[in-house]
Write a protein that binds this ligand. Sequence first.
Ligand code: SF4
Length: 414
Amino acid sequence: MSDDTALSRLRQLEAASAKIPVRDALAQPGRPGVSSIYIHIPFCSHKCHYCDFYSFVDSRDRQRAFTSRLIRELASLAPLAGPVQTIFVGGGTPSLLKAELWQELLASLQETYDLSPFLKGDGEFTVECNPESVSEELLGVLKSGGVNRISMGAQSFNPEHLKTLERLHNPASVPVAVELVRNAGIDRVSVDLIYAIPGQSLQDLEHDLRHALAMPIEHLSCYELTYEPNTAMTKRLGMGEFVRTPEELEIEMFELVGAMATQAGFERYEVSNYAKPGCECRHNLAYWKQDEWIAAGPSASAHIGGHRYKNVPRLESYLTGDDEGFAMIVDHEPPDPVRLVQEKLMTGLRLREGLDVDSLLENLNAANARRVRETATEFENLGQLERTEGRWKLTPSGVLLADGIAGSLLSVIA
Ligand code: SF4
């Protein structure tokens, strides 16, 4: 697609606003209020080479304008919400937002939304942070505004591997940042790691895991490096600057993550996520179970009333496109029960708790449901999938093949 065609398509899509799916969802009788909110803050201090999130270095200091627009959008979305149980602020680097703007944002959430579950200790409010942009002042503001979980981007504790990723923090800053979080009285910390970085050995990964698991944390996300289209990392791979990690080593790495996390008292509850018992990320579970969530901020994706859409992924358009507070949207997909089954298969099968077979298949016609069951039986016979108490769950050998198995199951849906 030429740049002109792509731009004109984007303009066409932006002609729609989130008001349309929101009004449709609100018109559905007897619908419960949405209990999860995602907020996207797009600012970063540097663009990491593997990153395909909407994020950028803002040389024009638009944090104030962005925060005012975000508060307005959150107010327009508020009628959709019931008592809020989970909030996740991601990005970008939310810890780059100035403390006084955080104060305004947190105050507006408290005024506009029902946060009563938090008063009963039943709310989860996560903010993603980079180790070098957390400060005592910021953490104090977050804590007083109800934030009770920090997700810290560590990625690796090896300076050379961080350099390969163009992730420019000093690994020594991670434990210092985690200690600051603890001192601020924030209850929970999650750490993100990446494995299969070019040049990384099994011993290097063991070193990363040892450092991560030695910190006082309750949650670990450890994803294999993926080469997303249009990222600098993928271009460098194409130019032969480095080679991909061999598949056999990737498998050994995946197994090492599982073994070391388990030994440290963490349980795998999703293919790439581990938690101390009871410390699973409830917000991400809502995504993986395909529950509903409200989304605010440029490029934030929402799932409400069966509609799926994404806010326009461009700050300029987000700031100027304002339809009674609602953002302009792209990639809008109206409700579709078959798509919902496909999405549940892709994300639900990755969960330790698996998928409830009958409630999953009741949305398919008889022929499709039969084909999915037959395909599942093939994986059961291979020992990669099991059916227990009416749920499909991956076996230990199936966990390695989670995406392939889900892909095969959904490929037979006509
Ligand atoms: S800090 Fe996170 S969001 Fe920002 S560029 Fe790096 S990976 Fe992307």
